[in-house]
Design a protein around this ligand. Structure first.
Ligand code: ADP
Length: 428
């Protein structure tokens, strides 16, 4: 166990997450470990007023924006977190290392290193999150039993992943030197990892991609990296850091009243899991499809969706989705271009979300990282308390700003096929 002490007046961890559902994932992991967690959307002015908090998770929407923009926003978030007194910074990206060829993982990590890491110190890179079946073996990322490049991530609408080597992916995004630490070093324990980090650093390596096959590897790595000013990884490693710090027996949720009431789901993720979740939900409750091509042709799809909602909300949860098969996504992208298809879809779904709240919806599930970013911004939500997880990486949040809502932001690949049916029972 580490001798690191938590300063109870200052939050321990400040997380900068590159998308909203990834932020929720990490926030849920921390809340599940007994931490008091606040998730912010963008960088709220009120960061200084947050109290009774161990971890602040800042959700950005920087995964697929131009690299310079991602760097700028991430630095503003990091500076705000440091001003609030956080002791350690964590740059959270997806456990499938979702990024464009230009970045943005490399450029953001480089900028954070420049400002917050003393020269000569190495930074760990650990996307692996075994709880979500994301493992790294010999630097190669697996989604379940598939190589990343052979998993459904190869068809992602914005960040298709066609290489599985984390060192190669990162090296293409940075001029800094990328090295690797294999799982046998993790097996040997924390001192072995620390000494390998030192020897890589002495050889001029700036980033160490770490093999992580089990939660035990994450706990070992967490202990090795506990004193690092900057850590980077998926949601798994924050669990490892929390374990290394020693779990504290605190109530996981401070909110007394969770908004309940009419319930709806908005899905813009086209992942296999979201498709499966919709197929399951569809057997019991009505669904409405938003087609970006129809919107571009001038159909009032938002109005139609809200009419559908008005007719069905009183009977139970409803689902409005643009989620569709990879073939249909390709068709829309060929017709409209990738960026325009995404923009039209996100604009439509967030306008529908606003309409749903006006119709009285108080429990809202949003599926998709980019989609969640668009919806949360449109609703004017800037801060939420993080509650219990419905399944790993998927917590309910209670908004503190904007409309009083229970909101659940689900990353495309997370959850089980019945999530849209049973998540409501956890919001009690
Ligand atoms: P995930 O969490 O699965 O990555 P995201 O919401 O982050 O989901 O990404 C999905 C992207 O695909 C969004 O930008 C969304 O607007 C876009 N999209 C959703 N439905 C369609 C569709 N039918 N046609 C084209 N693009 C779509």
């Amino acid at each position: 166990m580490s001798t690191t002490q938590i300063n109870t007046d200052a939050p321990w961890l400040g997380v900068i997450a590159d998308d909203f559902t990834g932020a929720s994932d990490v926030a849920g992991t921390l809340a599940g470990a007994g931490m008091r967690v606040v998730q912010t959307f963008g960088i709220p002015d009120s960061l200084m007023q947050l109290d009774n908090v161990d971890c602040i998770v800042v959700s950005l929407k920087t995964r697929s924006v131009p690299a310079a923009e991602a760097v700028k926003e991430s630095l503003v978030a990091a500076r705000a977190l440091r001003s609030r007194g956080v002791q350690q910074l964590y740059f959270k990206y997806c456990s499938t290392f979702d990024s464009t060829p230009e970045g943005n993982i490399g450029p953001v990590a480089d900028a954070l290193r420049n400002e917050f890491v003393p020269a000569g110190q190495i930074t760990v890179v650990a996307p692996g999150t075994p709880a979500l079946q994301r493992t790294v073996y010999n630097g190669v990322l697996f989604a379940g039993t598939d190589l990343l490049q052979e998993s459904s991530m190869r068809n992602h609408p914005l960040t298709p992943m066609t290489d599985s080597s984390v060192p190669r992916l990162l090296q293409a995004q940075t001029r800094n030197v990328v090295g690797h630490i294999g799982y046998s070093v993790l097996e040997a324990g924390t001192s072995a990892v620390q000494s390998r980090l030192r020897s890589l650093s002495d050889k001029g390596v700036h980033y160490a991609v770490i093999d992580t096959l089990t939660d035990r590897h994450l706990a070992v790595l967490g202990a090795a990296a506990l004193e690092h000013p900057l850590v980077t990884g998926g949601s798994g490693l924050v669990g490892g850091l929390a374990v290394a710090l020693g779990l504290r027996d605190k109530p996981t949720s401070l909110h007394t009243a969770r908004p309940a009431g009419p319930a709806a789901i908005i899905a813009g993720s086209c992942s296999e899991m979201t498709n499966a979740q919709i197929d399951t939900f569809r057997q019991f409750r009505p669904c409405f499809l938003v087609d970006p091509v129809a919107v571009a042709e001038g159909r009032d799809v938002v109005g139609e969706a809200l009419l559908f909602a008005r007719e069905n909300l009183a009977d139970g949860p409803i689902l409005i989705h643009s989620t569709t098969t990879p073939q249909e996504v390709s068709r829309a992208q060929e017709e409209l271009g990738q960026a325009r298809a995404a923009q039209i879809t996100e604009d439509s779904l967030s306008a529908i979300a606003e309409g749903l709240v006006a119709l009285g919806v108080r429990q809202l599930i949003v599926a998709g990282g980019e989609t969640s970013g668009a919806v949360v911004r449109r609703l004017g939500i800037t801060t939420a308390r993080v509650g219990k997880e419905v399944s790993p990486g998927v917590p309910w949040l209670t908004t503190k700003t904007g409309p009083g809502l229970s909101i659940l932001l689900k990353s495309g690949n997370l959850g089980t096929p019945t999530l849209f049916l049973d998540a409501w029972e956890h919001n009690r």
